[in-house]
Design a protein around this ligand. Structure first.
Ligand SMILES: CC(C)(COP(=O)(O)OP(=O)(O)OC[C@H]1O[C@@H](n2cnc3c(N)ncnc32)[C@H](O)[C@@H]1OP(=O)(O)O)[C@@H](O)C(=O)NCCC(=O)NCCS
Length: 152
């Protein structure tokens, strides 16, 4: 069974980067450097990283990120953005990805009062999100830079 919770520094040593590796390799060997990135992320209270922890051994099985954007429009509405959904290869197909996205979505709506939640995905992973209630929104434009590798 997994528990979904906010990330802790010690998760860097418990498989957090391995989980992300299934999305895109972080290519970070220095754990101290990884922790400094986490510190910077945590200094922004509107930038949340959630992890799925295997409660039998403490290993991190998956992760996702939620960014909350307060806006002026629509009476100061908030929008949530879900990013970097990844489940370690060993843990795929067990419902962990669904739990992570559902948790982040519920946090966005119930805790942070977001009026909508957006996420960017490939045609390949679209059915995964559609099963969770997400719907395709058209008219999206994107600026891509070739030097960035991309798997989704
Ligand atoms: C996509 C990913 C997060 C799914 O996580 P998971 O824990 O294996 O997914 P779940 O077990 O919760 O799957 C839930 C449902 O979605 C389906 N599903 C999962 N991954 C899917 C995919 N890539 N394409 C289509 N359907 C998928 C499952 O078959 C399952 O369907 P069911 O309820 O009818 O049995 C995981 O495979 C992963 O990390 N992939 C690599 C990184 C990635 O592509 N992330 C998404 C970036 S947008």
């Amino acid at each position: 069974m997994v528990i979904i919770r906010e990330i802790r520094d010690s998760d860097i040593e418990k498989g957090f980067l391995d989980a992300l590796n299934n999305l895109l390799p972080p290519d970070i060997n220095d754990k101290g450097y990884a922790k400094s990135i986490l510190q910077e992320i945590k200094s922004n209270l509107l930038h949340k990283i959630y992890v799925a922890e295997d409660d039998s051994n403490g290993k991190i099985a998956g992760t996702t990120t939620l960014l909350i954007e307060p806006k002026f429009i629509n009476k100061g509405m908030k929008v949530g953005y879900i990013e970097d959904v990844a489940v370690s290869k060993d843990f795929e197909g067990l419902g962990i990805g669904s739990k992570l996205v559902t948790y982040a979505t519920n946090q966005a709506i119930s805790i942070h009062n977001c009026k909508k939640v957006l996420l960017y995905c490939s045609a390949k992973t679209r059915p995964f999100y559609e099963k969770l209630g997400y719907k395709i929104a058209e008219d999206t434009v994107v600026m891509k830079f070739e030097s960035l590798s991309e798997s989704r």
